[in-house]
Design a protein around this ligand. Structure first.
Ligand SMILES: NC(=O)c1ccc[n+]([C@@H]2O[C@H](COP(=O)([O-])OP(=O)(O)OC[C@H]3O[C@@H](n4cnc5c(N)ncnc54)[C@H](OP(=O)(O)O)[C@@H]3O)[C@@H](O)[C@H]2O)c1
Length: 279
C-alpha cells in the first residue's frame, strides 16, 4: 500500500525495534511513503545489498537477531542459500547493483523500510569494477530507494575516501586502494550522491576490516579524521544496525576503528558526538 504524504519525519517505537526511522517523504524527492509495518508479524524490514559478503552476512545475522525482517540482496541465490540458516524472517532476493535502479527497486520491494549497502567490488580483470559497483552501483541503490519511497540508507564506505583532501595522498593505503580502479574515489562519489539525495543517511567509514571477533572498544570520529586503524567486521555490522536504532545517526558520516584503550561508550553517545550534515 502506498500513501501520498507531505514532507515530514516520523520516528516510531515498538517493543521489537525500540526506535526505527520509518519513513520520510520530501516533497523535493519523493511522491509516496510506505506502510509502517512491512511484515505480517510487524517486524521492520531491511534490505541488505551485498548480503553474502563478509560484512553483509554479519549485518543480516545481527538484524535477524535484533528482531528485524531481512531482505538479503545477493548475486548468487545458491551461494546465499548455503550461507544462511533458514529463518522465517529472512527473504533472499537476487540483486546485482550494476543492473540499474529499476531491477533493484523490484528487489527492494514496497515493503522494505531501510537499505543497508554492504556491497563492494570483487577483485578481477575488470579495472572498472570498483567504479561500477562502489560508485554507480550505490547510486543505483539510492535511486531504487527513491522509486520505492525508502527513506533510510546506511552505507558501508571506508576511511580515507577523502584522503586527498585530508593531506593523505601519499598514505600507502590511499595509494594502494586507488591504484586498482580508483576504489576510494568511487566510494567518495557515491557518498556525495547520497548526501544530495534527500534520503536520511548514515555513512559508516570503517578502517581495515578484520574477521576476528572485536578486540577493543569502538572509536567513532567525524568524517576525514582517521587515516589508519582497523576494526572487526562484527563491530561494523553492529554499527550499521545500531544506526537504524539511533535517531542520532541521521544525516551523519562516521569513521570507526577499534582501540583497546578507548572508553566504552553507548551508541547513543557515540552517534551524538558526531555532527549532522545540513545541506
Ligand atoms: N577490506 C577492508 O579492509 C575494507 C576496509 C574499509 C571498507 N571496506 C568496504 O566495506 C565493504 C564490505 O567489505 P567486505 O570485505 O566485508 O566485503 P566482501 O566480503 O568483499 O563482500 C562484497 C560483497 O559485495 C557483493 N558484490 C560485488 N559486486 C556486486 C554487484 N555487482 N552487485 C551486488 N553485490 C555485489 C559481493 O557479492 P558476492 O558474494 O556475490 O561476490 C559480496 O557480497 C565494502 O564496500 C568494502 O569496500 C573494506
Amino acid at each position: 500500500m502506498v500513501l501520498r504524504h507531505s514532507s515530514t519525519l516520523f520516528f516510531s517505537s515498538s517493543s521489537s525495534s525500540p526506535l526505527f526511522f520509518t519513513k520520510i517523504n520530501s516533497s523535493r524527492s519523493f511522491t509516496s511513503i510506505k506502510m509502517e509495518r512491512g511484515e505480517d508479524n510487524g517486524a521492520k524490514k531491511v534490505f541488505v545489498a551485498g548480503a553474502t559478503g563478509k560484512t553483509g552476512k554479519r549485518i543480516v545475522e545481527q538484524l535477524l537477531s535484533r528482531g528485524f525482517a531481512v531482505k538479503a540482496g545477493v548475486r548468487d541465490l545458491d551461494k546465499a542459500k548455503s550461507s544462511f540458516k533458514p529463518d522465517p524472517s529472512l527473504h533472499i532476493v537476487r540483486a546485482d547493483v550494476t543492473e540499474g535502479p529499476e531491477k533493484l527497486a523490484e528487489a527492494i520491494g514496497d515493503d522494505s523500510q531501510a537499505v543497508i549497502c554492504a556491497s563492494g567490488f570483487r577483485p578481477g580483470f575488470d579495472l572498472f569494477a570498483p567504479w561500477k559497483v562502489d560508485n554507480l552501483g550505490t547510486v543505483n541503490l539510492v535511486d531504487a530507494c527513491r522509486k520505492q519511497g525508502v527513506n533510510r540508507f546506511v552505507l558501508i564506505s571506508s576511511i580515507l575516501v577523502n584522503g586527498a583532501a585530508m593531506g593523505q595522498i601519499l598514505n600507502p593505503a590511499y595509494i594502494f586502494l586507488n591504484v586498482f580502479g580508483l576504489t576510494l574515489v568511487a566510494k567518495l562519489q557515491a557518498e556525495k550522491y547520497i548526501k544530495k539525495s534527500g534520503i536520511n543517511y548514515t555513512i559508516v567509514r570503517p578502517g581495515g576490516l578484520k574477521n576476528d571477533p572485536p578486540s577493543g572498544n569502538l572509536v567513532m570520529e567525524p568524517e576525514d579524521t582517521l587515516s589508519s586503524g582497523s576494526i572487526s567486521r562484527d563491530q561494523v555490522a553492529e554499527v550499521a544496525v545500531e544506526a537504524l536504532l539511533n535517531e542520532e545517526s541521521s544525516f551523519k558520516v562516521v569513521e570507526i576503528v577499534a582501540r583497546p584503550d578507548a572508553p566504552k561508550l553507548s551508541y547513543k553517545d557515540l552517534f551524538a558526538s558526531v555532527k549532522a550534515h545540513i545541506n
